[in-house]
Design a protein around this ligand. Structure first.
Ligand code: KG4
Ligand code: ZN
Length: 341
């Protein structure tokens, strides 16, 4: 099968509708994103039914927009997020992708959302070579993965409770910040003293690659209650935010470097929403002796470009699907390396 020239990527796994066109020759040629953050903010979290309905409303106009921008009427291939995620939201992307592939008579590939995140740095000018260690940190996942090739993913460690993004979001909520709290907490932390409170660095000294953030969250909660009781919360919110962020980042960076060293990996990719955290990016670059790669800020959080590039890479190995997929749970280490046909 000839390598498709232009791949349309579709992302609808959660609360962002993302679409993009990735050209085998020119790289990313157009992308668009509609965030539902404002719709969900009033509920303090993502409401699945509202998410699905808004994907229905936005997906087709966004696709029409990028097609018009690129001056094309059909793509040569389609890649869509097939999971993991909210199943109703996934079905919107999966259904439209499969309909368009039928109409355009083109190959289609279901993409694992986290594979999209870990391949997002491939959109940049200086992409990482295999093998590398991926630190995947999002609202739903925290994982360390040894990436030895496309589809060759060994999960070295994962979180035993909250994901890193979830820990940021829940801490932000305790501090009275809005949703999603990660970026708001990071902004507040800039004004605080990160040595004000000695919060725990969970599992940092354990030999394995697993994470746990619930103890850190509890320590913050106790501190917030204490400050509230003393009527001092307002005065120490920024210090709590900074001390929490420092503890979370120390844990993520320490565990990543340990994992890379023990696996003999000289490159680290940081991806997923929490990968947009500036302290995490600067600390890991400073402390790791090898190379560190990240997607640009806008492609750390969910987007269609990472799905387009992941699908294009798989389709270059001729992996077209013969089934429609939308699955809420899907482990990254069950993916296979594409085989050439
Ligand atoms: O990858 P993503 O967009 O969605 C999921 O697949 O979950 O990640 C969203 C998560 C949220 O928890 C959000 O608070 C967090 O990434 N996040 C951040 C920052 N920007 C986004 N966390 C810390 N610092 C940031 N700058
Ligand atoms: Zn994501």
């Amino acid at each position: 099968m000839a390598t498709p020239t232009i791949t349309l990527g579709i992302e609808t796994s959660c609360d962002e509708t993302g679409v993009a066109l990735f050209s085998a020759e020119k790289g990313l040629i157009a992308h668009a994103l509609h965030s539902q953050v404002d719709l969900h903010a009033v509920y303090g979290g993502v409401v699945p039914e509202i998410a699905s309905r808004d994907h229905v409303r936005m997906l087709l106009p966004l696709i029409q927009g990028v097609m018009a921008e690129a001056g094309i009427e059909k793509a040569d291939a389609i890649a869509y997020t097939a999971g993991p995620g909210l199943v109703g939201a996934l079905m919107v992307g999966s259904g439209l992708a499969n309909g368009l592939a039928f109409a355009w008579d083109c190959p289609i590939v279901p993409v694992h959302h986290m594979e999209g995140h870990l391949l997002a740095p491939m959109l940049e000018e200086n992409p990482p070579e295999y093998p590398f260690l991926a630190l995947l940190v999002s609202g739903g996942h925290t994982m360390l993965i040894a990436v030895r090739g496309l589809g060759d993913y060994q999960i070295l460690g994962t979180t035993l409770d909250d994901a890193a993004g979830e820990a940021f979001d829940k801490t932000a909520k305790l501090l009275g910040l809005g949703y999603p709290g990660g970026p708001l907490l990071a902004a507040l932390a800039e004004e605080g003293n990160d040595k004000a409170y000695a919060f725990p660095r969970p599992m940092l000294n354990r030999p394995n690659c697993d994470f746990s953030f619930s103890g850190l969250k509890t320590a913050v909660m106790l501190q917030v209650r204490k400050a509230e009781a003393l009527g001092e919360l307002e005065a120490c919110r920024a210090d709590i935010a900074a001390s929490f962020q420092r503890a979370a980042v120390d844990t993520l960076v320490g565990k990543s470097i340990k994992a890379a060293d023990s696996e003999g990996l000289e490159r680290i990719v940081v991806a997923g929403g929490v990968g947009a955290n500036r302290l995490l990016r600067s600390e890991i670059a400073e402390r790791f002796s090898g190379e560190v790669y990240y997607p640009r800020f806008e492609f750390c959080t969910d987007n269609g470009a990472m799905i387009a590039v992941a699908g294009a890479l798989r389709l270059a190995e001729a992996e077209a699907a013969k089934e429609i997929r939308a699955q809420a749970r899907w482990s990254l280490d069950t993916l296979t390396t594409p085989t050439r046909i």
